[in-house]
Design a protein around this ligand. Structure first.
Ligand code: MG
Length: 268
């Protein structure tokens, strides 16, 4: 009974907080003489700093590529980003992207000569490194190549379910899938194994970064060059999906590009 009473009193408090009269009281406390519409509560209380709102704006800036070249997420946004990634919004956002991709793909008339390809990035696109990042502050900690590579070498990254679903649908439509990743040659075998265990069993090719050819080059340069090679071989890049802007910027990007969310790290 005590628990029921507590829930009831909490819900009463929540309801009363959401009413215009309480907003009016809040306004009075802030020295304002007019009522504040309830929806304005989240965007600022008389200019007071609200961390969650700020982190939400930061994430939008990152996804829209207005905020670039960042090396780690703001410390005060660790909880926000963690909740986003482990909660349902990340999956909903991913689904919105992959459903649009499928809608586009299924309305195309493929030539049927086996030259229509769809490019998938790997990390945070085909495979998810969330189990790793959940233990490393969701991007608050500065990137540590040694510990990240130890995780990759386990080959146990799960698929991003929305991408796996898109992959299967695209295969059924007759696309060939090409994986294009910044992972190095030394991780090729474990990546192949990981992809297959995660459900990506049939694909045209896996392109990994050749450290000799692309030493010191950005992901934009490397990926553009590899896409150009594919087109020179006669393939048509019909679609291209990745979590980084560097997956979909540059040259030979494909007829349509799709950007998955990733508020954890930035690769130029
Ligand atoms: Mg990626």
């Amino acid at each position: 009974m005590k628990l029921v009473a507590l829930i009831f009193s909490l819900s009463t408090i929540i309801i009363s907080l959401a009413t215009p009269s309480s907003c009016h009281n809040l306004a009075l406390e802030h020295g304002l003489t007019f009522s504040i519409f309830p929806l304005r509560l989240k965007s600022g209380l008389g200019g007071h700093y609200i961390p969650q709102t700020s982190c939400s704006s930061w994430r939008l800036g990152v996804e829209a590529h207005n905020i670039i070249e960042w090396t780690s997420i703001p410390k005060e946004c660790e909880d926000y980003v963690g909740n986003y990634l482990l909660g349902k919004q990340y999956r909903e956002d991913s689904k919105a992207v992959t459903e649009e991709a499928y809608k586009y793909a299924k309305n195309l008339n493929l030539v049927g000569d086996g030259k229509d390809i769809w490019i998938f990035d790997i990390d945070e696109t085909s495979l998810s490194n969330l189990p790793y990042y959940a233990d490393h502050g969701f991007g608050v900690e500065k990137y540590n190549a040694t510990s990240f590579n130890e995780w990759v070498d386990l080959g146990t990254a799960p698929p991003l379910p929305e991408s796996l679903k898109l992959y299967k649908r695209l295969l059924r439509l007759g696309f060939k899938v090409v994986f294009l990743t910044g992972r190095p040659q030394s991780q090729r075998d474990i990546t192949l194994k990981n992809l297959k265990n995660a459900g990506y069993t049939t694909f045209h090719t896996l392109i990994v970064k050749d450290s000799t050819e692309y030493n010191g080059k950005t992901a934009v340069t490397y990926k553009s060059s590899e896409r150009n090679k594919l087109e020179e071989k006669g393939y048509r890049i019909v679609g291209n999906i990745g979590d980084q802007w560097s997956d979909i910027l540059g040259t030979n990007i494909g007829n349509r590009t799709f950007k998955l969310p990733d508020p954890m790290y930035y690769i130029s």
